[in-house]
Write a protein that binds this ligand. Structure first.
Ligand code: HEC
Length: 157
């Protein structure tokens, strides 16, 4: 009897672990709505790396964190070629990704990734940044430019 109880306990434990596993896998490849699916497929067709050779050392280090943490569920080309470019877009999105089950991205890493994305967008996606800033209110433009400058001040020498 004791033996059977033990077996039942072990089985329940194994089942629970399997269910947790399924839950984590789901978060990564939950079915996307058609529009999001088409968009992310378009992003993923683009380059999968960023030329960081001219970036400051701190940003190069943050790129490593970005490359490790943001490839757990999808290709790095997804964020690299995404339509996001402004600081607020990145801060919202990095938080959204941090909150996905199993992402394993802590606050310090989230900040480093955010700073990489803001810096990189201000250089590599400058045209997109300018285009977006031309469409927002003067106050929003000022706020966004302040946040971009804040990141550059932290890293540029
Ligand atoms: C735990 C899994 C997971 C991790 C880790 C993850 N992502 Fe995602 N990402 C997703 C899923 C799922 C989607 C699909 C759309 C959604 O849920 O927003 C997605 C979509 C995206 C998109 C496309 C958004 C759109 O709708 O246009 C971007 C950009 C993105 N991720 C950036 C990142 C960045 C940057 C990181 C690292 C901070 C990251 N992801 C880490 C799961 C993840």
């Amino acid at each position: 009897m004791l033996m059977i109880n033990k077996l039942a306990t072990i089985l329940a434990g194994v089942t629970a672990l399997a269910l947790i596993g399924v839950g984590v896998a789901r978060a990564a490849d939950a079915p996307l709505d058609a529009e999001t699916k088409a968009r992310v497929e378009r992003f993923e067709k683009g380059p999968a790396t960023v030329d960081i050779s001219k970036y400051p050392d701190g940003i190069k280090a943050n790129y490593e964190v970005f490359s490790q943490k943001c490839t757990q569920c999808h290709k790095l080309s997804r964020p690299i070629n995404s339509d996001y470019a402004l600081p607020d877009e990145w801060s919202r999105y990095v938080k959204r990704m941090m909150h996905k089950p199993g992402s394993g991205i802590n606050a310090a890493e989230g900040k480093e990734i955010y700073e990489f994305l803001v810096y990189d967008s201000s250089v590599r996606k400058k045209a997109m940044v300018d285009e977006k800033l031309a469409k927002v209110t003067p106050d929003e433009k000022k706020a966004a430019e302040g946040k971009i400058k804040e990141v550059h001040d932290l890293y540029d020498k």
